[in-house]
Design a protein around this ligand. Structure first.
Ligand code: GLU
Length: 319
């Protein structure tokens, strides 16, 4: 067990949707598992809307996301937390890391990094998290001001990674080596917090002790654990479940047809039918064709979830 996780902390899970598009079946499956895992053990659940991704997020999307979750039958404790309103906390954490010499200003553009990092033998497919940062700006600037005046650019802040791995015991996948790939951005060039930092600061601040999410974020976890360590915060336990994919094996997306909750809702599909379908995708085998999340609480077993990616395209809802 991770020594920074205090076992006696009360169990708190979270739903952390990004309101950048409408919820789809893949999101709902992760939320269902996260909700069941915590509620089946009497834990608290919080809701955080992760709307920090700049101008792409519209207010009506936030309301719609919350409404969709309620309609599906999820509940949570307390008011929803809106991530963009917590900027001061994120900034304070970023500044602390800068002041402690654990982060540095970086003025590299995306294309400069790609160019510097690419080697002729690299496979055509880009690595999932983008190129590994080659460390170009590390040690170059004593301060943000110096970086700005010498480069004529607004600097990002990058965390200086000094450990190559941050192993952890995943509640679903078991022991993970936790490789860390290169220095990563904690504050973007426009001054907004990067996901890796915001998620750590907010999960810690909300007292979250269990993070269950899809395994597309598995490679982010070691970076987040590094930030917990550096900021002296207690880390949650993590569980990463397989992604829901289309029939071509790729992450469920628009090209697989409309799997948005709005789409099914507009066609008269009930929330119970959607939850039942998603429960089957999660290997939970509900008794009937319709179920509320709370109907699945008894005998919930995360270990029963299939380990392979799950195909979630074209559900056949009886009308
Ligand atoms: N907001 C992220 C998403 O919807 C989830 C972040 C997380 O679970 O850590 O992809």
């Amino acid at each position: 067990m991770n020594p920074r996780t205090l076992p006696q902390r009360p169990l708190v899970g979270r739903l952390a949707p990004s309101p950048t598009g409408v919820l789809h079946l893949g999101n709902v499956r992760s939320f269902l598992l996260a909700w069941l895992s915590v509620r089946s053990r009497g834990g608290k659940m919080v809701l955080r809307i992760e709307d920090i991704d700049g101008p792409r997020v519209r207010t009506e999307m936030i309301d719609r996301t919350i409404e969709d979750l309620r309609w599906l039958g999820f509940d949570w404790d307390g008011d929803p937390v809106i991530q963009s309103m917590r900027r001061a906390l994120h900034d304070a954490a970023a500044d602390r890391l800068l002041d402690a010499g654990r982060a540095y200003p970086c003025v590299c553009s995306r294309s400069e990094i790609e160019e510097a990092a690419s080697a002729p033998h690299e496979p055509v497919d880009a690595p999932p998290d983008g190129p590994i940062y080659p460390g170009t700006c590390r040690g170059l600037y004593a301060s943000l001001e110096e970086a700005r005046s010498r480069s004529g650019r607004d600097p990002a802040l990058r965390f200086h990674v000094t450990r190559t791995s941050e192993p952890f015991d995943d509640l679903f996948l078991g022991e993970q080596r936790g490789a860390v790939r290169g220095d990563f951005v904690i504050r973007k060039r426009d001054g907004s917090p990067a996901y890796q930092l915001a998620v750590v600061v907010d999960d810690a601040d909300q007292g979250v002790t269990e993070v269950l999410r899809a395994d597309d974020l598995l490679t982010s976890t070691p970076r987040q654990l590094l930030l917990y360590r550096e900021l002296g915060l207690s880390a949650p336990r993590f569980a990463h479940v397989p992604l829901v994919v289309g029939s071509d094996g790729r992450r469920l997306a628009k090209r697989h047809g409309d799997t948005s909750i709005d789409h099914f809702r507009g066609r008269g599909v009930s929330p119970e039918q959607i939850i039942s379908h998603v429960a089957r995708l999660a290997g939970l085998a509900p008794a009937g064709a319709s179920a509320r999340p709370e109907d699945l609480l008894d005998n919930f077993d995360l270990a029963a979830t299939p380990r392979a990616p799950v195909v979630g395209e074209d559900p056949d809802f009886e009308s």
